[in-house]
Design a protein around this ligand. Structure first.
Ligand code: GLY
Length: 575
């Protein structure tokens, strides 16, 4: 990266000189040569709120790189986007740094005391809400370690500098939007009388500044003591103390916190058109699913020829692909440290061509014809958040992180001011039995100590000739990868500009419920569309949510940043 620490620069210069003297080809990982070839006219950020964007801008203007900006935005959103931005959750970061792709998994883990039957009653039936609300639903948080790990490896400004905007927002307050209040009011009922949520968040009012002094002190401790402070210091003490409060005791121990690790994994990387798609590997299902969608559409190109974007026939053909993707997702996906996920086979040319050839162009393929995987649809919650960042050296970060549901478990760590996740609900609570959403989980995603629950988060970067072409991601649970697929198809197959592509209608099909096409509140289907789908055998169901995609496209050497009109996102070019 151009913004290497001085010692690294000296070492690299010496290495480069030695390589030159030896007259051998000089491969300099993360070298300046690689990044200068990709230099951009400006940096850019697309963030789910204004404060996240301002934090990135501040750090980029201070000379920080995309990773510094990603750390700054991650911590800022933990203050100003409390419904999903977090310290007490986890996520995934896809990075492209000096021409090299990386993926950081900082997903939550199950505590050591967790077990497959922990949410079942004496008759073996799932107990309502136990995996969704309160202490027992909380997985060991990964966000602070993830941010620290990314910063240790690639950051160029100091850790404290990157946390400065968040600390300021927590101290001075941020302006609360009506949208945030709407989300709070829609989310709080399950927390009432069960968690301490209202004690911290009932005071938020639209149009007023909201200050969080306890959170500010926590951020100051983390700025000073690093991630170790969060996992082993006074913040850890407060988190452990919180586990003993409330109607259900939590399982997280000091040892769980101390042994939590973020993991660098190989990203999923596949060619699509002239691009390399760099995206999330397991324990996300999203990267594999996104690539299956993109490549099966390519294989089925003759069927799509001349078909109008978002027409009934376009939706039908896409649904035929989606149902095959969901069948695989149900069967094979889980934490790769615990189960073998056949990534190569699921993405092989031969396999995808065979699956695409099964598409019925005129009507929905019967469920019985879609094997394997009839036993599981979607389980994960759609409320997550994403931001995309590029710096002027051509480096990029695509980051999706989450508390799972809005405001997670609804539990605030008292004295520390941050919310804890309910990520344990992303496991199969009882493999083989439908959960409260009518969804059935498989063994690959059963609960086990230290295991990571299956996710759909899909932070993605596209490159072309080694240069970043697109940075993109979204919340939305299982709608994440079907949404990203639609926007990528809109931009690259239909030639739409990025902002209109984000504003397009979106639809979703996921095998179960059978022959059901989901619409979204932002762009409800008109009657002609509903009739056209009915003629092809679909019923239309309205879903109450769709993710706000935050994306940056690079055209030439200029970034074009776009925030989804569905929420309160802000995109900025940073000069
Ligand atoms: N909790 C949502 C996801 O991980 O996909």
């Amino acid at each position: 990266m151009n913004r290497l620490r001085p010692t690294c620069r000296v070492v690299r210069a010496l290495l480069a000189l030695l390589a030159l003297l030896a007259l051998t080809p000089c491969a300099v990982p993360n070298g300046a040569a690689a990044s200068s070839a990709a230099t951009l006219s400006a940096g850019a950020v697309a963030s789910p709120d204004r404060y996240g964007a301002l934090a990135a801008r501040e750090v980029l203007r201070a000379g920080g790189n995309a990773v510094d900006a990603a750390v700054a935005t991650g911590f800022a959103l933990a203050v100003t986007y409390p419904e999903a931005g977090n310290l007490g959750g986890g996520g995934f970061m896809t990075l492209y740094v000096n021409g090299h792709a990386y993926f950081l998994d900082y997903r939550e883990t199950a505590p050591a005391k967790a077990g497959a039957a922990m949410y079942l009653d004496a008759r073996g039936e799932p107990i309502a809400n136990l995996s969704l609300v309160g202490n027992l639903s909380v997985g060991v948080p990964g966000t602070v370690r993830g941010m620290a790990e990314a910063h240790r490896r690639f950051g160029s400004l100091s850790w404290a500098r990157d946390l400065a905007p968040a600390i300021r927002y927590a101290h001075r307050g941020f302006l609360v939007t009506a949208q945030l209040i709407g989300i709070r009011d829609d989310s709080r009922a399950p927390f009432e009388g069960v968690t301490n949520f209202d004690r911290s968040f009932a005071a938020m009012q639209a149009g007023k500044l909201f200050r969080q002094p306890a959170l500010a002190r926590t951020l100051e401790r983390i700025a000073k003591g690093g991630d170790q402070e969060f996992y082993e210091g006074p913040t850890a003490d407060l988190l452990i103390a919180q586990m003993a409060h409330g109607p259900t005791a939590g399982l997280i121990t000091r040892e769980d916190l101390a042994r939590y690790r973020a993991v660098w994994r190989e990203p999923v990387r596949e060619r699509w058109n002239s691009y390399e798609v760099i995206t999330a590997p397991p324990p996300s299902s999203g990267g594999i699913a996104l690539l299956q969608l993109l490549r099966m559409k390519q294989d089925a190109a003759p069927l799509f020829r001349g078909v109008v974007l978002n027409s009934p026939q376009y939706m039908h053909l896409t649904a035929e692909i989606e149902k095959r993707v969901f069948a695989d997702r149900a069967e094979y996906l889980g934490d790769p440290d615990f189960v073998k996920v056949p990534v190569g086979e699921l993405l092989s040319d031969e396999y995808l061509a065979r699956r695409a050839a099964e598409i019925d162009a005129s009507k929905p393929s019967p469920l019985a014809a879609i094997q394997p995987g009839l036993e599981r649809g979607d389980r994960d919650k759609p409320q997550t958040t994403h931001y995309s960042i590029v710096d002027r050296w051509g480096n990029a970060v695509s980051n999706t992180y989450t508390l799972n549901g809005w405001f997670g478990a609804g539990v605030v760590v008292e004295g520390a001011g941050f919310l804890l996740n309910d990520e344990m609900d992303d496991f199969s609570v009882k493999p083989g039995v439908p959960n409260q959403y009518g969804v059935v989980g498989g063994d690959a995603n059963a609960i086990a100590p230290y295991k990571r629950p299956l996710s759909s988060m899909t932070p993605t970067i596209l490159t072309e000739n080694g240069r970043v072409a697109m940075v993109i991601g979204t919340p939305g649970g299982s709608r994440i990868f079907t949404s990203l697929f639609q926007v990528l198809a809109d931009v690259y197959d239909f030639g739409l500009a990025l902002q209109p592509a984000l504003a397009q209608l979106r639809f979703h099909h996921q095998l179960l419920p059978e022959s059901t096409m989901f619409s979204e509140p932002y762009a409800p289907f008109d009657s002609a569309l509903v009739d056209g789908l009915a003629q092809r055998g679909y019923r239309v169901e309205a879903q109450d949510f769709n993710g706000d995609i935050e994306a940056i496209q690079i055209i030439g050497n200029s970034p074009l940043a776009a925030a989804d009109p569905r929420a309160r996102g802000v995109a900025m070019i940073v000069r």
